[in-house]
Design a protein around this ligand. Sequence first.
Ligand SMILES: Cc1cc2nc3c(=O)[nH]c(=O)nc-3n(C[C@H](O)[C@H](O)[C@H](O)COP(=O)(O)OP(=O)(O)OC[C@H]3O[C@@H](n4cnc5c(N)ncnc54)[C@H](O)[C@@H]3O)c2cc1C
Ligand code: FES
Length: 357
Amino acid sequence: MAQIRVLRRMASLLTTPLAPEDFLGLVNPLASKRQLRGVVTRVVPETADSATISFHPGRAWNAHEAGQWARIGVEIDGVRHWRSYSLSAPAGHDPAITVTAIGAVSTALVRETKVGDVLFLAPPQGDFVLPEHPRPLLMLTAGSGLTPVMSMIRTLVPRRPDADVVLVHSARSREEALFHDELLELSDQFPGLRVVHWFTRVEGGRRLDLTDPTDLDAICPDWGERAAYACGPSDFLDAASALWDSTDSEAAASGHLTIERFAPVLLPGTGGQGGLVTFEKSDKEVEVDGDVPLLDAGEECGVVMPSGCRMGICRSCLTPLIAGKVRDLRTGEVHGDEGELIQTCVNAAAGPVHLDI
Ligand SMILES: Cc1cc2nc3c(=O)[nH]c(=O)nc-3n(C[C@H](O)[C@H](O)[C@H](O)COP(=O)(O)OP(=O)(O)OC[C@H]3O[C@@H](n4cnc5c(N)ncnc54)[C@H](O)[C@@H]3O)c2cc1C
Ligand code: FES
């Protein structure tokens, strides 16, 4: 250790103003203390549009709990973009993300990631995690919303002979259903897991209707007594949430629904008049409508905006306001004092706005 300290001191003298960590980071990307990184160890295609990317993270990574997510930074054309991804690997294992290609960053991850690539990381977070005490569970998922639940199932089912999990997963077809074969194998192997696939785009298929309890009653009659977890598109989650809120049966009242969203809940019709947004340090400006988040406005005109979850939870996007008013797209509230830190992912211009970036 003493030798390493001496070497670090010598390196420090030779490399100032850059810290030795910066150079160590060039040799071993996982050694950097300034920016947590991970090296891709495996890429497995899951469906035509999705892939699981496993990585070995640097030492500053905290082991994830099943169901948590992490911010992942990807460099595209020299610009680092941050997005959030649920960790699909079981707890106690190196992390993995399962990404579905829908936009620029996810498509780059799915189509271009190779073993040995370096991902930028932030530590895992989130409270969409398994309950402390085992109890009957109902997992309701659709599309890529299966990813956090897959981590829970992989963690719980093989380890707990007393597990009692019903998974209802909606996908367009068998070919588009994530982890389809693995789930069937797990349910064959472990009697505590029942898997119901609900395909919407096959002959005779239709969407799982959560606007009333009929479908759930047929699939899982004791659904209301189970601790329920749901993850999927916004309309699917809104319907599930309304169903749990509206149900007045005694049994259903004893269950509890925990939801994970991949996109923010915006108040419909919140956007009012927009305005000219000026990014002072970047010397850029753009005229935007009142429903465009400032984060999107900045990225559209080439400003490197800090970001993370893009849904108002991680606060990575905080940017100082120099002048003007902004509108919170979740509540409609118009606010803005000079120097206020603005969450650019969920606020839009309400008139001319100047940001210190
Ligand atoms: C907590 C959290 C966990 C997430 N976990 C995953 C995951 O495990 N796998 C995964 O593929 N994505 C996940 N996402 C979504 C991911 O962060 C990106 O939003 C997504 O990959 C799109 O990024 P993009 O740059 O490709 O497209 P963008 O251009 O940034 O987004 C395109 C649009 O798609 C919307 N969108 C985001 N996710 C979805 C979705 N699943 N289906 C339909 N529309 C969507 C965005 O809100 C946006 O309006 C998660 C998001 C959050 C906040
Ligand atoms: S990007 Fe996470 S709060 Fe804005």
